[in-house]
Write a protein that binds this ligand. Structure first.
Ligand code: 2HA
Ligand code: ZN
Length: 275
């Protein structure tokens, strides 16, 4: 490989940024993406590393992320620009031995920093890795409009959101049988929202941020993008159906219908949310 752009993990990262931009989920600098690099991928990246920058404390700590390397979008950077100029818009950071600080080893040229939501991404990586036996590698935050719209008229509970989204399209309970968590409105970018989100991510692989957006996690780019896409599509169908019907839905999928889908597709639906 002659350039970093040829490294498959980086190529997939760039493609996901483009896909998210094309979906309309990343106005201006909206949204952010991080990927925890596999050991064999790290060896492909290392030849392109520069002298490491200084360590920067994050304000959160996760011992199980000590020594890991992440590809991350840059703070204030636009998804729209990532593919054309990866060196200035994304980068790779190394985590220190305490799991409390990062330093830049590639990219983020010109004084750029990892995403403002790096503390949330980092804590989500920590709890999702623990919850999945190390499988989880992608954390993705986007601003999909229909899901955000739902946070203005649906009660802000995991039960309400999960039930509505499951019933908005038949395949939803198969794609996210665990439902979605909901974080009340909070100031973004800091340790407080990072801890609140990661608390939910112990048992959900997706969490709604009220009046802001959605966090999704997964083992690879396809699964994580697909989760964001499926949840937003369900939200779109719900908003369309509510708008077209003046808020009076005539019929929907029954709770026993959800149980039957889960049974036939071999997934465990979060039974506590069913009636
Ligand atoms: O990067 O999406 O949540 C801008 C954001 C912050
Ligand atoms: Zn955001």
């Amino acid at each position: 490989m002659k350039t970093m752009k040829e490294v498959p993990a980086l190529r997939e990262f760039l493609r996901m940024c483009r896909d998210g931009w094309e979906q309309g989920w990343h106005e201006r600098n909206g949204g952010n993406l991080t990927y925890r690099i596999k050991p064999e991928e790290l060896e492909e990246c290392r030849p392109f590393f520069k002298d490491a920058g200084p360590w920067k404390e994050m304000g959160v700590t996760a011992e199980n992320m000590a020594g890991e390397f992440f590809i991350t979008t840059g703070s204030g950077k636009f998804f729209r620009n990532v593919e054309d100029d990866p060196e200035h818009n994304i980068g790779i950071v190394e985590i220190n031995g305490e799991g409390s600080a990062w330093r830049i080893v590639w990219g983020l040229e010109g004084g750029a920093k990892p995403t403002s939501e790096f503390p949330s991404h980092f804590m989500n990586h920590s709890v999702r890795a623990a919850a999945t036996g190390g499988e989880c590698r992608v954390i993705y935050h986007a601003h999909p409009a229909n899901l955000i719209a739902m946070t203005y008229f649906v009660p802000l509970t995991a039960r309400d959101f999960s039930r509505i989204l499951w019933k908005s399209a038949t395949e939803c309970p198969v794609v996210f049988p665990g439902g979605v968590g909901v974080v009340p409105w909070m100031v973004p970018g800091g340790a407080e929202i990072a801890l609140a989100t990661s608390e939910l991510m112990k048992s959900y692989d997706a969490a709604v941020w009220a009046h802001h957006g959605l966090f999704c996690s997964g083992p690879d780019f396809d699964t994580t993008f697909g989760l964001m896409h499926t949840i937003e599509k369900a939200a779109q169908i719900y908003v369309l159906a509510m708008s077209a019907s003046g808020g009076k839905l005539l019929q929907t999928i029954s709770d026993d219908g959800l149980r039957a889908i889960a049974r036939d597709f071999g997934v465990t639906i979060r039974e506590e949310f069913l009636e």
